[in-house]
Design a binder for this molecule. Structure first.
Ligand SMILES: C[S@@+](CC[C@H](N)C(=O)[O-])C[C@H]1O[C@@H](n2cnc3c(N)ncnc32)[C@H](O)[C@@H]1O
Length: 313
């Protein structure tokens, strides 16, 4: 990767994220998906002269880019290759206790999508990989070539919400072994004739495999729990999601943690003892303005949800 790689990723909802986190001097922030460091740079600039940021990313290539971009901030920027699901341990390791803000900008960056060798794009020929961290044990090829037909269909239905999951799974089984992204895209296209809103026939198949390879939804649930546990009273959690499955996880989590009781409505008395930890600041997700979508089409599907930590006892 070269210098131009970092600038190829435009941070989405940049102003909205800064407005949500309200970075200030003397405070500490975690960027759980630091990527090329675009949002992180904004947080560090806005918390001048001594705000600090711990940036995490599962992808070592992203950490290398962020390191270069955030170099001018010296020790104020601490970067670690890690999943945000290990945020509590990473924070303890740098001897921080509570932080004033956590950002999760989910999904993948333009650099990852554009790098054919990573196998994320059905438009570029590359190996069926899709791991955020190349040391993870399971690749997309392992799932595509190793899963029984029924499990493969379930995976496509659950993580892609792909209506034609059974047909695609059957076609994959008939075509195995598949080794490249374009082979898989061709198999999906041979089955999926009509698509919702004109998206490419392989879109949902690729989304499903990426989520499964990286165990994204479970990782997100763990990351959200950990983020809340690290926030100081008044601290902010800002999460950007890019598809309905992850947005549903975020919405459900933030709503649940903003309520004192989460008993089923038919129960006459509260027996759960649940206490609200958050105050929801966005009843509806914040979306990009048309001008941003024009300049950066990736922003079209971005949904930002924000909550504030109630005072920690
Ligand atoms: C949309 S990009 C973030 C871009 C970043 N906000 C910026 O301004 O450049 C998402 C990043 O999250 C990383 N990622 C995905 N899942 C992760 C996880 N569980 N833990 C840490 N990083 C993760 C990806 O590797 C990718 O670099």
């Amino acid at each position: 990767m070269d210098e131009s790689d970092a600038s190829s990723h435009t941070p989405v909802l940049y102003q909205e994220v800064l407005a949500a986190l309200e970075p200030r001097a003397g405070a500490r922030y975690i960027d759980g998906t630091v990527g090329a460091g675009g949002h992180a740079q904004g947080v560090l600039e806005a918390s001048h002269p001594d705000g600090e940021l711990l940036g995490l990313d599962r992808d070592p290539a992203a950490i290398a880019l962020a390191r270069r971009r955030l170099k001018p901030f010296g020790k104020r920027a601490i970067l670690r290759q890690s999943s945000f699901a290990e945020m509590v341990d990473r924070t303890a390791a740098v001897r921080w206790k509570r932080v004033q803000g956590v950002l999760l900008d989910l999904g993948l960056s333009s650099m990852q999508l554009d790098d054919a060798r990573r196998g994320f794009s059905f438009q570029k020929e590359g190996p069926l990989d899709m791991r955020f961290d190349p040391s993870q044990p399971v690749t997309a090829a392992d799932l595509v070539n190793g899963l029984p037909e029924r499990d493969l269909a379930d995976l496509l239905a659950r993580y892609g919400e792909e209506r034609q999951a059974r047909k695609i799974a059957a076609a994959i089984i008939a075509a195995r072994p598949l080794t490249t992204t374009t082979e898989l895209a061709d198999v999906a296209a041979s089955v999926v004739k009509r698509t919702r809103s004109g998206i490419h026939p392989a879109t949902l198949t690729f989304q499903a495999l990426r989520i499964a390879v990286n165990d994204e939804l479970r990782t997100l649930e763990i990351g959200l729990e950990q983020a809340v546990s690290l926030l100081a009273g008044g601290g902010r959690l800002a999460v950007i999601s890019f598809h309905s499955l992850e947005d549903r996880v975020v919405k459900h989590f933030l709503r649940q943690e903003s309520k004192d009781c989460i008993c089923p409505p038919e129960r006459p008395m509260c027996t759960c003892g649940h206490k609200a930890q958050l105050r929801l600041l966005t009843q509806r997700p914040i979306q990009a303005q048309e001008a941003e979508v024009q300049a950066n089409p990736r922003a079209r599907s971005a949904r930002l949800r924000v909550a504030e930590r109630l005072d920690v006892a």
